[in-house]
Design a protein around this ligand. Structure first.
Ligand code: SF4
Length: 384
């Protein structure tokens, strides 16, 4: 059954100034002209898929590097969304920004255009780390972007950091975390460096040019992340995500929709949508996307109607990513199953390995369980 919860809207803006060697997101370097013609297509998609009765309370501009676009272009997209959907006045509207692409004026423009949450892809406050990651900015630029964001009136600022670089010592990562805390963000995401297939970073690993950090060393850095951030007023709410404590914590309303299987609509090439039953997506192909929409047709893509079993497996995977875990009663009502009966043997195994707990009506992963969340969820899913 489609959920009555307000939906989130994700807008994929697939352009970057330069590709970072670890990144497997769909984006291209592009030109201002290509960006402009893409925007026209994107507006076309918003009109084509308009549902004026659908309540929306979050928008997330991701990419790519959304901050390559001008405030007027972003404001135009927010207007387009408002014309096509029932956008709540208190919506959370997030823009991902690369510190190397923003100025105080531009940030002021984004704020005036309606962006009320800024997520800065800082990645590290250490110049050597930033060079390794192939970022277009150095640490001083990142700090300037943060100062400019505050001056532009952003109160709700999230920072992305990456850890687990080859040879990274605990002290190096602690320094990054403390540097981030000094800027008093509302939200912190600490992502473990991954070697995604097809990326230059993965090619370097295969060729032996770089040696990834051992699993044990990465696990230590994860421990440090959780300790440092929770000791400094942050709530750990998802494997990689931490929100400043409060009522509610300053978590990402939009991203929680993904983990809670709330409805979301994705626009742009490569974007996915989900309504509680059907998942559909646009192909990650900018030219095909543009050509289809220029002639008034939906962009090429696909769709899949999720069976009850598939939805249940997703609920396991997504629920266990969150530190709150799975609300057993809610799960049982939703899928008409007996949780403990169904997953008992696997739960006993996971609990025996210190990876999961079953307490007070919730099934949760422990801190070591969160490090292997997908494998733990797969162990449960195999019982189904
Ligand atoms: S700027 Fe972001 S989206 Fe673009 S290549 Fe780097 S990590 Fe990927």
């Amino acid at each position: 059954m489609p959920s009555p919860k307000p939906a989130g809207i994700y807008i994929h803006l697939p352009f970057c100034l330069r590709k970072c060697p670890y990144c497997d997101f769909y984006s291209e370097i592009g030109t201002p002209d290509r960006r402009q013609s893409f925007l026209a297509a994107l507006h076309g998609e918003l009109v084509l898929r308009a549902r004026r009765d659908l309540a929306v309370d979050s928008i997330y501009f991701g990419g790519g590097t959304p901050s390559l676009f001008t405030p007027a272009q972003i404001g135009g997209l927010i207007d387009g969304i408002r014309a096509s959907f029932r956008l709540s006045p208190d919506s959370e509207i997030t823009l991902e920004a690369n510190p190397g692409t923003v100025s105080r004026d531009k940030l002021q423009g984004f704020r005036a255009a309606g962006i009320n949450r800024l997520n800065l892809g800082i990645q590290s406050f250490n110049d050597r780390n930033l060079v390794f990651l192939g970022r277009i900015h150095d640490a001083a630029t990142a700090r300037r972007a943060l100062t400019a964001a505050r001056a532009a009136g952003f109160e709700n600022i999230g920072l992305d950091l990456i850890y687990g670089l080859p040879g990274q010592e605990p002290a190096n990562w602690r320094a990054d975390l403390h540097a981030a805390l000094e800027t008093a963000p509302s939200h912190l995401s600490g992502y473990m460096l991954t070697y995604a297939p097809g990326t230059p970073l993965e090619a370097d690993r295969i060729a032996g040019r770089i040696r990834p950090l051992s699993e044990a060393a990465v696990a230590d850095l994860f421990d440090i992340t959780v300790d440092v951030l929770t000791e400094n007023g942050f709530v750990h709410y998802e494997i990689a995500n931490f929100a400043r404590a409060g009522n509610p914590p300053a978590w990402s309303r939009h991203n929680r929709k993904y983990w809670n299987q709330a409805p979301y609509l994705g626009f742009g090439p490569g974007a996915h949508s989900y309504d509680g039953r059907v998942r559909c997506w646009n192909d990650a192909d900018l030219d095909a996307y543009r050509q289809a929409l220029e002639s008034g047709h939906p962009p090429p893509g696909g769709e899949e109607i999720l069976t009850r079993e598939q939805r249940m497996i997703e609920a396991l995977f997504l629920g266990l990513r969150q530190t709150a875990g799975i609300d057993i009663q809610e799960f049982e009502t939703r899928f008409a199953v007996q949780f403990v009966e169904l997953f008992g043997p696997a739960l006993t195994d996971l609990a025996g390995m210190g990876l999961a707990t079953l307490e007070k009506g919730f099934c949760r992963l422990t801190r070591s369980g969160l490090l292997v969340a997908d494998a733990a969820a797969a162990r449960l899913a195999a019982c189904d």
